[in-house]
Design a protein around this ligand. Structure first.
Ligand code: GDP
Ligand code: IMO
Ligand code: MG
Length: 423
């Protein structure tokens, strides 16, 4: 069954862990959007590995890893990641990088920082140049991975773009960005990547024809989607199901199943509304229990209770078939667990996720309380061993969202995962 795995919250739901667990049953794992703003954590032979551009299926040597054209690629970062993976003993000779993936260039990174530090746009981005790189795609002036394979062509294209960006930087009172030595470093990275560069769409369609099983790895999460998320506090790609098709060139018929990943509570990095956020000591405690520090930037993550209004919205937007619930073990020691089941605002009480950008900032969550289970779940391997209080919490999540729970994760390791069927 060709399967899409998507984050249903504000990212960092545990997609890396889930995909590493699931990928054993697949022939291909493909990233289709986002860039190195993603940080997907996988434990491999007891060692923590954080992947930013490489798909989380690389730990299975026979699995084809694909970086499709919807991904924005910073080639120096990709080369470094490939080298790091090889140092871990992974061969990584089974990787396809789309020639049509847009490049993240040094100007993009510069501008991301300039905008973040200006009073016009404070999103709390990862400062990796993601937004400006996608802007160039929409603005029809992007350079692509394939451009790196033609030195003269690349040098002349980047010179034109440098002129464009240096005008912008000058207008912002910033020094110009020199083309060298970056252009040469990018070309060198291009030579390293050359054997992997190809037509990812054609490769995926061939895999489909041959009956190979494909796993699509989402980055970020539904509430960070450029069109459906908490705009403007979002990333610049479609992190939802639509991104699979625009980002790979496959049709919706290629997808048999959608798995949505959610933590058993909620986190967010960066600015923007978060109705069920916990402040003060309670928040600090949950952050420490969940070790909630960003995998990409190291920033402390904001934490809060599970928001079922937002989660049901994400389930419906993506057509989620089953939930993969992570970090249930983090709640082990709590006397009480809460989940938001409605929002209150000037307009009264609602169970609907607001459609207006900004409206979320004005709502107060209405909570339902659940007794804690006060049992360590890290060693749980069979659903029958799940304490009744935890079971009641999960049953409510499935009932409220209308999605069955297909997997439970109770720790960072691959083995700390249980396949279940809770409706
Ligand atoms: P991703 O971006 O969705 O792949 O998630 P991140 O890797 O950024 O953050 C998830 C963090 O939670 C990582 O440090 C994982 O190792 C960790 N993690 C994933 N699943 C579980 C779980 O079930 N329990 C615990 N305690 N940690 C988990
Ligand atoms: P994974 O794949 C959590 C957030 C940033 C910021 C906003 C825009 O690991 O779940 P950007 O750099 O994309 O322009 O930043 O999006 N953000 C993430 N938050 N996990 C991620 O990826 C994220 N990628 C971007 O913190 O709020
Ligand atoms: Mg992450």
């Amino acid at each position: 069954m060709n399967t899409v795995v998507l984050g249903l919250q504000w990212g960092d739901e545990g997609k890396g862990k889930a995909i590493d667990y699931l990928a054993g049953g697949f022939d291909v794992v493909a990233r289709f959007q986002g860039g190195h703003n993603a940080g997907h954590t996988v434990y491999y032979r007891g060692q923590k590995v954080v992947l930013h551009l490489l798909p989380s299926g690389i730990f299975y040597p026979d699995c084809l890893a694909v970086i499709a054209h919807g991904v924005v690629v910073q080639p120096l970062q990709l080369v470094e990641e490939i080298r790091n993976a090889r140092a871990l003993g992974l061969r990584l000779d089974n990787l396809v990088l789309s020639a049509n993936a847009p490049l993240i260039l040094p100007f993009h990174q510069r501008l991301d920082v300039v905008f973040e530090d200006s009073r016009y746009q404070r999103i709390g981005t990862t400062r990796r140049g993601i937004g400006p790189a996608y802007e160039d795609v929409v603005g029809r002036r992007a350079l692509f991975v394939g451009d790196l394979l033609d030195e003269q062509g690349f040098r002349s294209k980047i010179a034109v773009l440098a002129e464009y960006y240096n005008r912008l930087l000058a207008a912002w009172g910033q020094p110009a960005e020199a083309v060298e030595p970056a252009a040469s470093a990018y070309l060198e990275a291009g030579e390293f990547l050359r054997p992997m560069v190809g037509d990812s769409g054609a490769r995926l369609r061939r895999a489909l024809r041959e009956g190979k099983k494909i796993l699509f790895e989402g980055a970020q999460g539904t509430l960070l989607d450029i069109h459906l998320g908490t705009y403007p506090f979002v990333t610049s790609s479609n992190t939802t199901i639509a991104g699979v098709f625009s980002g790979t060139g496959l049709s919706p018929r290629a997808v048999d199943r959608v798995i949505g990943i959610s933590k058993a509570y909620a986190t967010r990095v960066g600015e923007g509304p978060f109705p069920s956020e916990l402040g003060g000591k309670e928040g600090e405690r949950l952050r420490e229990l969940g070790n909630e520090y960003g995998a990409t930037t190291g920033r402390p993550r904001r934490v809060g209770w599970l928001d079922l209004v937002a989660l049901r919205h994400a389930v419906q937007v993506n057509g989620v078939d089953s939930l993969f619930l992570t970090k249930l073990d983090v709640l082990d020691g709590l006397d009480e667990v809460r989940a938001a089941v409605a929002y209150e605002s000037g307009g009264g009480r609602s169970e609907d996720f607001p459609c207006l950008a900004g409206a979320l900032a004005g709502v107060r969550p209405v909570y339902r309380s659940f007794p804690g289970w006060k049992t360590e779940l890290g060693g749980l391997r069979r659903i029958a061993e799940l304490p009744g209080a935890a079971r009641a919490y999960l049953d409510f999540i499935a009932e409220y969202t209308g999605a069955r729970i297909g997997h439970l994760s109770v720790g960072t390791e691959r083995e700390q995962t249980i396949a279940v069927d809770l409706k």
